[in-house]
Ligand binder design. Structure first.
Ligand code: NAP
Length: 498
């Protein structure tokens, strides 16, 4: 059957936007554009440049499945190498010529069977399909600490690192104990005059050996792709993959035992001072927050020029941080490593679907989408790594590839001329959400006794609550009964796919 010509707009040129660019070309779709608000590709890996930036997914897993990278320098990939990988892959697959840099979307409205887009530059576009590839953690969460503006030194969020500020000989305070704060402490302890780690909630630390790959190993991966695939089958790789494929719930608490035992043994064996050890001991279940993998945090925090601060932060003053015991910690630099607002996705873009339905109305209670991909009344609007997807512990590149496999089947349906637009029905989304929320409330993210960015404003984990196998299986093929087609001329009318 003849394919209908149609235009696609992709929002964002990070990992999933580049993937969309590659896959659209593979599907023979050349009429598309990727709008990127910044001047480079890379998303998270472009924005985060802090010292010690590393991904905690083993490097050979942190690639597209169709574009392995034999040249990773170590078991855990450093941030700059990941950024270079995406830039290189984007060029290699010819995606760069489809990207419009420094173009930020302002609004998108579905009218008369097509998406009408308004860019901040004043330009407009009209498309049949919109793919939102805007990422999850990209709006910094800045805590409301009294006196922040009065600080006389340099103060910045970890994802807005100010490289014009010299670090040598400086006293630095890092607020936040997520993966970011831990990586910064590990990178800077012993290299600056003093580094203080402000810890509100200690985290479980999973030990990992970040072994470098030798030139010989890299050559063998280059010469023999099978050798690279073999390395991904080694015990240490499979152990880390295992951590991604499981979701700990009330039904399988024993699955957390390995992680509990290993993190506990790491704490006991690595921290000599009993007082410091107790200060570093978490009071929640391991895996309740996103587990931190670190080869060297415990060593770093015990460095003579490093200090753990567990007293609460009272306020920030001109000279440093005043803690609740009245002490002023004099500092030259304060790093806000307090994470991101996880509920933003395409926000602040104003998105209006069929029938004038605003996305903000649909998301009033919480961001939601059927299988993290489709929303009712938003025909041909699909998300990669959308709300309540498997952001918990599965590698996001792999997730995006599976989601693309699903989205491309929806696209094919429209391209084949079966209708103008396709989106999930309201009933199917409601049913999905009910089941998802019920399952989420059994997970360790809910019952593990901690607060984390996984929890939405209602305290429900905003993540895929089932295991990896179920996710992969759901992504194989759409259940067409759950979708509705819109007609070309009457954008407001919807009928169930026959
Ligand atoms: P995060 O995990 O959300 O951690 C934020 C930290 O800031 C927490 O320790 C939190 O303490 C603390 N905090 C927030 N407000 C505070 C306040 N007012 N006073 C004191 N402390 C405060 O943020 P992140 O470390 O940037 O990491 C975000 C996510 O990015 C990670 O979970 C991960 O998914 C991703 N990431 C991944 C890697 C990687 O290697 N793959 C590296 C970096 C980041 P409480 O726990 O007490 O709330």
């Amino acid at each position: 059957m003849a394919k209908k010509p149609f235009r696609v707009v992709v929002i964002g040129a990070g990992m999933s936007g580049i993937l969309a660019g590659i896959k659209l070309q593979e599907a023979g779709i050349e009429d598309f554009v990727i709008y990127e608000k910044a001047d480079r590709v890379g998303g998270t890996w472009r924005e985060n440049t802090y010292p010690g930036l590393t991904c905690d997914t083993p490097s050979h897993h942190y690639t597209y499945t169709f574009e392995r990278n034999p040249d990773w320098s170590s078991y855990l990939p450093p941030g700059p190498e990941i950024q270079a990988y995406f830039e290189r892959t984007c060029r290699k697959y010819g995606v760069d010529k489809f990207i419009r840099f420094n173009e930020e979307l302002d609004s998108a409205e579905y009218r008369d069977g097509r998406w009408h887009l308004q860019l901040k530059s004043g330009e407009r576009d009209v498309a049949d399909v919109v793919i939102a590839a805007t990422g999850v953690l990209h709006h910094p969460s800045i805590p409301d600490i009294e006196g922040m503006e009065s600080f006389k030194g340099a103060l910045f969020h970890s994802s807005r690192w100010d490289h014009s500020v010299p670090l040598e000989g400086k006293r630095i305070g890092v607020i936040g104990t997520g993966s970011t704060g831990v990586q910064i402490i590990s990178a800077l302890a012993g290299k600056v005059e003093l580094i203080e780690h402000y810890v509100r909630t200690p985290q479980w630390i999973m030990p990992v050996e970040n072994t470098p790959y030798s030139e010989e190993q890299r050559r063998s991966f280059r010469d023999d792709p099978a050798a690279l695939e073999d390395v991904m089958q080694t015990k240490e790789y499979l152990a880390s993959v295992n951590s991604y494929t499981q979701v700990i719930t009330r039904e399988n608490p024993e699955a957390a035992q390995f992680w509990k035992d290993t993190c506990l043994a790491n704490l006991e064996a690595s921290v000599a001072d009993p007082v410091l050890r107790e200060q570093l001991r978490p009071d929640h279940e391991p895996l309740c927050k996103r587990l931190i993998f670190s080869p060297d945090y415990y060593q770093a925090i015990q460095h003579p020029q490093a200090a753990l601060v567990t007293e609460g932060i009272e306020r920030i003053e001109a000279g440093g941080i005043r803690t609740s015991d009245g002490q002023l910690h004099e500092l030259d630099i304060i790093v806000i490593a307090t994470g991101f607002k996880p509920d933003q996705f395409m926000r602040p873009v104003q998105i209006t679907g069929a029938n004038g339905v605003a996305m903000e109305r649909l998301w009033q209670e919480r961001p939601k989408a059927y299988l993290a991909i489709s929303m009712p009344d938003f025909p041909n609007f699909f998300m990669l790594n959308g709300p309540n997807g498997p952001v918990g512990n599965f590698p996001l590149i792999d997730i995006a590839e599976h989601q693309w496999h699903y989205i491309e089947q929806l696209l094919e349906k429209v391209r084949a001329g079966d209708g103008a637009g396709i989106c999930v029905s309201e009933a199917a989304l409601d049913d999905f959400e009910q089941r998802r929320i019920a399952a989420a409330k059994t997970t360790v993210w809910f019952v593990g006794g901690c607060k984390s960015w996984y929890l939405d404003a209602q305290g429900v984990p905003a993540s895929w609550p089932w295991d990896y196998e179920r996710f992969v299986s759901e992504m194989q093929q759409p259940n067409w009964d759950h979708f509705e087609m819109t007609t070309a001329t009457v954008s407001d009318a919807a009928e169930t796919v026959a």
